[in-house]
Design a protein around this ligand. Structure first.
Ligand code: NCD
Length: 308
């Protein structure tokens, strides 16, 4: 039985196969309409979510399966003090696969160790968010045509942003990737990623504070929200929350092919005037998220569709 706790749980070859499957699903959705007939996905969400939970549910429904679950810790037995280990043993009796989001780093790993069904990490605290990374990789591969030889700007809350940590972990396995890490000093990338991932793998990167200075040289700009819920100090959040606002004036400094991505939800960091710019692909990214989650469910449940 396999789980997806980190993007590194899939080798580069497995990831390629999964993205090929997701593209096939995009092109031939009818072929997959009954692939999960009779199967159940449980969504165990101890933290708020719109896209991730609904896209998992849409993915399973598109495959002909059913969904069950809870969308907040308050409405589950966690409110009575039940442990994640016990909850997953129970859910293993009800469902065939589950997606778990939890505010504590490592909770899905604990769940996986006690689970009788595949566990997908749908975001654990400020740590990892591997299915957002699959979404991001499919977006980049589909719209840029490659996952190598790219200059990738990542801007905003690089300290607490789990989507950033997972994306960097996944992309360092490709060749010719250069990162431009744009953040206020207080929200720089954690040192464990700088040392254990970027430096260890000899990946080229630079850290800067001003977006305007670097936007002209990027193939891709990945904007992120300042993660309010992970701050200990509200004053610090208020001081940093509007550090970056991407607007039409800044987009005018960017190349004509630079894609703008964002895992969403957006707060103020991308002005709505950017939405109509052809280079803004964050709403397309959401659609890719459904295809990759469909492909992931099929992969972890070992379901093969003939001639897929
Ligand atoms: C992200 C998350 O939950 O980490 N959202 C998502 O799943 N698309 C990003 C965020 O909340 O800022």
């Amino acid at each position: 039985m396999r789980h997806l706790l980190s993007p590194l749980d899939l080798s580069v070859e497995e990831l390629d196969t999964l993205l090929d499957l997701a593209s096939d699903i995009e092109q031939h959705p009818d072929k997959y309409r009954h692939a999960c007939d009779g199967k159940k996905l449980a969504t165990l969400f101890y933290e708020p979510s719109t896209r991730t939970r609904l896209s998992f549910e849409a993915a399973m429904l598109n495959l002909g399966g059913n969904v069950l679950g809870f969308s907040s810790a308050d409405s589950s037995s966690a409110a009575k003090g039940e442990s994640v280990s016990d909850t997953i043993r129970i859910v293993s009796c009800y469902a065939d696969i589950c997606a778990m989001r939890h505010p504590k780093e490592g909770a899905p790993l604990v769940a996986a160790s006690k689970s009788g069904i595949p566990v997908i990490n749908a975001g654990d605290g400020g740590h990892q968010h591997p299915t957002q990374t699959l979404t991001d990789l499919m977006t980049i591969r589909s719209l840029k045509g490659r996952l190598n030889n790219l200059v990738i700007g990542i801007c905003g809350d690089l300290k607490f942003g789990r989507t950033v940590h997972s994306l960097i972990n996944a992309l360092v396995r490709y060749t010719g990737i250069k990162f431009v890490l744009i953040s206020p000093n207080e929200l720089r990338i954690p040192s464990y990623i700088r040392q254990d991932v970027l430096e260890k793998k000899h990946v080229e990167y630079q850290e800067v504070e001003r977006l305007e200075d670097v936007i002209g040289g990027l193939d891709l700009l990945y904007m992120t929200r300042v993660q309010k819920e992970r701050f200990f100090n509200e004053e610090e959040y208020i001081r940093l929350k509007d550090s970056y606002i991407l607007n039409a004036a800044k987009m005018a400094l960017a190349g004509k092919d630079m894609l703008v991505m964002h895992p969403l939800p957006r707060v103020n960091e991308i002005s709505v005037e950017v939405d109509d710019d052809e280079r803004a692909v964050y709403f397309k990214q959401v659609q890719y998220g459904v295809y990759v989650r469909m492909a992931l469910i099929l992969t972890l449940l070992n379901i093969n569709i003939p001639d897929a």
